[in-house]
Design a protein around this ligand. Structure first.
Ligand SMILES: NC(=O)c1ccc[n+]([C@@H]2O[C@H](COP(=O)([O-])OP(=O)(O)OC[C@H]3O[C@@H](n4cnc5c(N)ncnc54)[C@H](OP(=O)(O)O)[C@@H]3O)[C@@H](O)[C@H]2O)c1
Length: 231
């Protein structure tokens, strides 16, 4: 990823902050959208002055097409998209509200569509691109109470695989990573630390994501890769 222009969405989240050091170490020139100033500040605080030279933070809501298109325009060119934006929710289907259903599809699937769409325009123009999206184990192995989340993440997998086929003639790849529970501070807070040993470490996901985002992964496209740790 050396000197490649990287759009890292969800870079202010638990996984995003966990993989950011690896993306920086690979030499990417990274744009990170954020919504709240405090989140941008916390990313700036975790980086050294030198690392900050590789990172630009821009305020944007990725459910709005105009914001996504503006980011891509401002970047000039996008060579790598690592789309981590997503959100989790639980609830039995028979009492799940339409509003929550639309919200979970919006944050997981709509943002993936919009970022892929606009990044692809740039990638096709320059005949180079690496797209890595984030599904979830639930996309291929749904559990009770996770219908909306699993269906939205299954949509992310299908969208990514369709893109992989659409871009066969280009030097563009599109792959999805399917984590099980990730060892993030939010998960430790929500579920306790008892089983944290079994959860996937962000550093481990970073290895997979950075490989898929690299020039070296040119022959891997359309994959949905399980990264389950020992859970
Ligand atoms: N954590 C897990 O155990 C786990 C397991 C499997 C898959 N995943 C997937 O992995 C990805 C990252 O998870 P995570 O744990 O890092 O989640 P997270 O901490 O909630 O981070 C999500 C990120 O997405 C951003 N975001 C949400 N909506 C946005 C919008 N409309 N526009 C711009 N940014 C937006 C959030 O910013 P705000 O703070 O502004 O909302 C945050 O930076 C997600 O797609 C998740 O579904 C997570």
């Amino acid at each position: 990823m050396k000197d490649k222009k990287v759009l890292l969405t969800g870079g202010t989240g638990g996984l995003g902050k966990g993989i950011l050091p690896s993306v920086i170490a690979q030499g990417g020139l990274i744009t990170i959208p954020y919504r709240e100033e405090r989140d941008a500040k916390s990313v700036r605080q975790m980086l050294t002055q030198k690392e900050l030279e590789q990172v630009i933070l821009v305020k944007a809501d990725l459910t709005e097409e105009s914001s996504v298109s503006q980011i891509v325009k401002d970047m000039g060119r996008v060579e790598v998209l690592i789309h981590l934006v997503g959100g989790f929710d639980m609830g039995d289907t028979h009492e799940y509200s339409l509003e929550d259903w639309q919200k979970i599809f919006s944050i997981n699937l709509l943002t993936t569509f919009l970022t892929c769409k606009h990044c692809l325009q740039s990638m096709r123009e320059y005949n180079y691109g690496r797209i890595v999206t984030i599904g979830s184990r639930g996309a291929v192995d749904p559990e009770p109470k996770l219908a909306a989340y699993s269906a939205a993440k299954a949509g992310v997998v299908a969208l990514t695989q369709a893109i992989a086929k659409e871009t066969k003639e280009f030097n563009i790849t599109a792959n999805t990573v399917l984590p099980s529970v990730i060892d993030t501070p939010a998960n430790r807070e929500a579920m306790g630390e008892e089983n944290a040993q079994k959860w996937v470490k962000p550093a481990s996901l970073a290895q997979v994501i950075c490989f898929l985002a690299s020039e070296a992964a040119k022959d891997v496209s359309g994959a949905a890769i399980p990264v389950y740790g020992s859970a």
